[in-house]
Design a protein around this ligand. Structure first.
Ligand SMILES: [Zn+2]
Length: 171
């Protein structure tokens, strides 16, 4: 249970550590904040009793213990993205799925994640629908269908040319 003044000080500390404090949406909210551990709301009833989510109490304990913690909600998506890229590299290798140009580093800004079935067409954010692509190929793939993307990949990797050459050689 914190006084208004203590809540204000806690809000200041949260903001400094990257959390986003949002304005209350009703009179019963004492604190509304988004962090990398999720969004939290503290409520206060008519009797002045506050309800704190357990995880926010842990963050409050870090504040009281003067621990330095990073709380930006962006951290969560970055960590998730990092895991996703690692999974795709483990499955397909560290290069563009279309042209097979190698990525020097998995942290490279050149890496993009391509949805085989576009999100706009209900393609899920699941690895089965995702491949790594360089910026150029990602741009080129644009709104192509899955079969057009596979054809684009085959063309880029030279599969089509090799087959054509083989046919040519066998004539
Ligand atoms: Zn590429």
């Amino acid at each position: 249970m914190l006084s208004d003044k203590e809540v204000a000080a806690f809000k200041g500390w949260l903001t400094k550590r990257g959390a986003i404090v949002d304005p209350p949406t009703n009179v019963w909210e004492v604190l509304r904040v988004r962090t990398c551990f999720g969004p939290f709301v503290v409520y206060q009833n008519k009797a002045g009793r506050q309800t704190w989510p357990d995880e926010l109490v842990e963050i409050l304990n870090s504040y009281k213990a003067k621990q330095d913690v990073a709380l930006s909600p962006d951290l969560k998506s970055k960590v998730k993205l990092r895991h996703l890229i690692d999974d795709l590299v483990a499955r397909d290798g560290p290069w563009c799925w279309f042209c097979e140009v190698g990525f020097l580093s998995p942290d490279s800004a050149a890496i993009t994640i391509e949805h085989l079935v576009p999100k706009a067409h209900g393609g899920p954010n699941h690895p089965s629908n995702l491949v790594l692509a360089c910026r150029e190929c990602n741009g080129e793939a644009g709104s192509k269908s899955v079969s057009e993307k596979v054809a684009m990949r085959d063309l880029k990797r030279g599969f089509v040319c090799e087959q054509a050459e083989k046919r040519h050689a066998s004539v």
